[in-house]
Design a protein around this ligand. Sequence first.
Ligand code: CO
Ligand code: ZN
Length: 331
Amino acid sequence: MKELIRKFVEAYGPSGYEDRTRAVIQDEIEKYADGVSVDVLGNLIALKKGDGTGKKIMIAGHMDEIGVIVLSIDDNGFLRFSNVGGLHPAVVLGQRVIFENGTVGVIGSERVDDPKDLKLDKLFIDIGAKNRQEAEAKVSVGDMAGFHVPMVDLGSRLVSKGMDDRIGCAVMALAMQRMGRTPNDCYFVFTVQEEVGLRGARTSAFAVGPDLGISLDVTRTGDTPKSITMAVGLGKGAAIKVKDSSIVAHPKVKNLMAETARKHNIPYQFEVLEGGGTDSGAIHMTREGVPSGVISIPTRYIHSQCEMVDLGDIEACVNLLVKILEGPVNL
Ligand code: CO
Ligand code: ZN
């Protein structure tokens, strides 16, 4: 399981440039699917057929990761950049980033006397170029980079960039691998461009037209020193979303998740996330509306290069997803 997660999180794939990540995921899941396709925007859609008596379920996890995009290149070869997805200046300062062609850069800052003045426009990427010409030989305006850092194995916990949301993709891949016969047609959709506005989920949900939508994504925790107020804790089980800024989970879907967890002794916790959204936000507003919910993977330090997850939580999320997909769904 750890090696599968490592492959997923270390792949390059800022929003809109998910091709490499998609290739890694497709290679892993193709053997468990009855059919695989890629749509116009780049969503990877894998169908696991049911026996024809059940529902059509869409399961979504996003392949894209946060990153940076080059705004301009100066005469000395330094790159100014903007964010792709939510990015905090203090989190990116001093980090390494990698472009699709393998060019690596480090993020430096102008002199800033008051830390409050540390904004993204004070930062730059240094790719080791001596001048504009050298820089432009490697990187162009509009090129995107993601964090460049290997996953770290802490035993029962893993740390990496890109857990948001490759860990959701990994949960889906593991569920595809483990699930048995099902009455339901299960469409596993590995979506694009979540971090910039749930865009891949919107088009793929329209195409699939599901009876039930479930997305898998990370959520914050409230268990670190003087953290935000939040009941979710790392290692306390699958988080069943009640609300975030993109969706109020359908009560019947929330209850289906909680009842399934109780029935199978799967550890779970309810999640109320004050800021942030996920693919179900787009799925539930598709066509005439789709009852939708979210299974969240508790994650510390989201949108940093040190996103931390717990293997017990991942097991719980996989088990919960498998049991929901296998069982008859009556909403
Ligand atoms: Co995110
Ligand atoms: Zn996410």
